[in-house]
Design a binder for this molecule. Structure first.
Ligand code: PLP
Length: 397
């Protein structure tokens, strides 16, 4: 099929839940992806914060290829070596004592919600089932995670949602204090909101939530699906805050592009979960775990994280220059290698101008342009992307 035929058949056969870019991507190498016409695009989306190592990382490919030949899948009825090794890596390098594996970010949130409810029912009260979440949050699209993602456009067509979701204002501790009560089993928050516009939590806010959860007998869940695993320049985004959660959700970059999710928890939570309480057929199969071990080993290395911080502060400076040059940019904000340009214009034409010039970017709300380069990005590529954006802003203003 040629490019136009692929697009036509996609429209005919694939449920159109995405407004796709107007080209068909065929291969990737390094920081670039190539479409069916052979056109190259510098990728500052990374499959939405997934491809931390870019495309074609030799160690990742080797590990996956070897595991593909050895054993692809057997289900979680059996022990497998790659899963056990991955779990040990995650536990050794985090607050957590135990990991539950699944296949995506939304599933990792569903698991966290279920575990929080089971913990609260077991250790406190069967009616302690409510969940406190925040304005601007994004936790996923399945029924539990959707219920704590407060966007009418996402939620309204699918009501009734999971009951017991309450929303306080992000970075407003007093509003959380008002809503937290005996029925609250957990409070879930992104240490840095990604889809919500690349907005970091304030230090006092996260620390205050920790205390609030402790005094209320509720669990604190950090959703690090987008901001975790090195994206902000520390292995865990919450490291910058001096607080640890009771549960943490991970996904996106963990599998190096293969689907995996993980819900990490303390022993106190794990103690309330029994065999049969939750499950996943595919969760952390041997191939995904072989990939994840390579990703985790690389992104958790101190020199890798140092690179993310350095590249991130360089990008921040370049974006601040850009903001000084173009009146429609209200603010450049970010941490590590997740950045946003908040504008006072619709960013869709900017994204399209990027496509024309060979750059992939995405939005985080109608007026916010989001940049999520692979974490292995170098200064030359950051310069290249900023130069393209400079021209694109010039075109659309
Ligand atoms: N949580 C956060 C913070 C996210 O950013 C996302 C996806 O963007 C999700 C959960 C859902 O992840 P997935 O799309 O893998 O289900």
């Amino acid at each position: 099929m040629n490019t136009e035929q692929i697009k036509a058949v996609d429209h005919q056969c694939v449920l159109q839940t995405y407004a796709r870019a107007p080209f068909v991507l065929q291969r990737g190498q390094g920081l670039r992806v190539y479409d069916t016409q052979g056109k190259a695009y510098l990728d500052f989306v990374s499959g939405i914060a997934v491809n931390a190592l870019g495309y074609g990382d030799a160690d990742l490919l080797k590990a996956v290829a070897e595991q593909l030949v050895r054993l692809i899948h057997v289900s979680n009825l059996y022990y497998t070596i790659p899963q056990t090794e991955l779990a040990k890596m995650l536990v050794d390098r985090s607050f957590a004592d135990k990991v539950f594996f699944c296949n995506s970010g939304t599933e990792s949130v569903e698991a966290a919600l279920k575990f929080a409810r089971k913990w609260a029912k077991t250790t406190h009260d069967p009616n302690k089932t409510d969940v406190l979440a925040f304005s601007g949050a994004f936790h996923g699209r399945t029924m539990g995670s959707l219920a704590i993602t407060p966007r009418p456009h996402y939620q309204d067509p699918f009501r009734p949602l999971m009951p017991g979701a309450k929303f306080a204002r992000f970075n407003d501790l007093a509003s959380a204090e008002e809503l937290m009560d005996d029925k609250t089993c957990a409070c879930i928050v992104e240490p840095l909101q990604g889809e919500g516009g690349v907005i970091p939590a304030d230090r006092d806010f996260l620390q205050g939530l920790r205390q609030l959860c402790d005094s209320n007998g509720s669990l604190l869940i950090f959703d690090e699906v987008q901001c975790g695993l090195g994206r902000t320049g520390t292995l865990w985004a919450h490291e910058a805050y001096g607080v640890t959660p009771d549960l943490m959700t991970l996904a996106k970059p963990l599998g190096g592009g293969l689907p995996v999710g993980a819900t990490l928890m303390t022993q106190a939570v794990a103690d309330t979960i029994e065999a049969g309480d939750h499950a996943s057929t595919f969760g952390a199969n041997p191939v995904v775990c072989a990939a994840a071990q390579v990703v985790f080993t690389k992104v958790s290395a101190p020199e890798f994280l140092e690179h993310v911080r350095e590249a991130g502060s360089y990008l921040g400076e370049r974006l601040a220059d850009l903001a000084g040059k173009h009146d429609c940019i209200v603010q450049a904000r970010g941490r590590g290698l997740i950045w946003a340009l908040e504008t006072n214009i619709d960013v869709a034409p900017l994204i399209e101008a990027g496509y024309d010039a060979g750059l992939l970017t995405c939005s985080a709300g109608p007026k916010v342009l989001r940049l999520l380069p692979p974490l292995v990005v170098q200064e030359a590529e950051l310069d290249e992307a900023v130069a393209i954006l400079d021209k694109a802003f010039g075109l659309v203003q």
